[in-house]
Design a protein around this ligand. Structure first.
Ligand code: GAR
Length: 199
């Protein structure tokens, strides 16, 4: 998991992973320095690492993250309020293995300040999406969404709170399904390879 801030989605995923039936476990949290999410992970006994981005925008932090993730045998990287744009190099190394939660009904409202824009643009529905991360911002395949009706008295702050409650339901559900689908695909691959070897 990669986090930059508050970490409430991280907390929701940690909660879900505690269910013995859950198909995923959280093995590492990489946090930007000062991310509150790091304390949440530490309290839950999950190993954490801090990666410092520098102003020179070098590849160093991503190479370090890649190394740490591989060392821990990570199979899916979840962004939970991670504020950095990942480079094509990193996305290519983890193709279809990086998921993100975004506070809008993608493909609507990619980018920042989605709640304010939803109100200003008069959207009648709003919500959140979990999608696969690609080189293009918030443009990868959408794996799941939760929506709500925008109310006349919604402010950006109120809407953000209402959507966040949906995010906490959506992310664990989508990750659960995605992790299961990877396990099934890998099992099918192994079976095929075994059949080829026998033939
Ligand atoms: C969440 O609302 C998430 O959807 C958003 O940042 C917040 C993080 O909250 N992510 C993005 O805007 C990504 N484009 P959290 O730290 O409490 O999980």
């Amino acid at each position: 998991m990669l986090v930059s801030g508050r970490g409430s989605n991280l907390e929701a995923l940690i909660g879900a992973a505690q269910d013995p039936q859950c198909s995923f476990s959280i093995v590492l949290v990489i946090a930007e320095s000062n991310a509150q999410g790091r304390c949440i992970a530490e309290r839950a006994g999950i190993p954490t690492e801090v990666v410092a981005y520098d102003k020179r925008r070098t590849e160093k932090p991503e190479r370090e993250m890649d190394r740490l993730l591989r060392e821990q045998g990570v199979e899916i990287v979840c962004l939970a309020g991670f504020k950095r744009l990942l480079s094509p190099w990193f996305v290519g190394r983890w193709r279809r293995r990086v998921l993100n939660i975004h506070p809008s009904l993608l493909p609507k409202l990619r980018g920042l300040e989605t709640h304010r824009r939803a109100i200003e643009e008069g959207h009648r529905q709003h919500g959140c999406s979990v999608h696969i991360v690609t080189e293009e911002l918030d443009a990868g395949e959408v794996l799941g969404q939760e929506k709500l009706d925008v109310r006349e008295d919604d402010s950006p702050e109120i809407l953000a709170r209402r959507v966040l409650a949906l995010e906490h339901r959506l992310y664990p559900r989508v990750l659960e399904d995605y992790a299961r689908s990877l396990v099934c695909a890998e099992a099918a691959c192994r079976e095929e390879a075994a059949q080829d070897a026998e033939a």
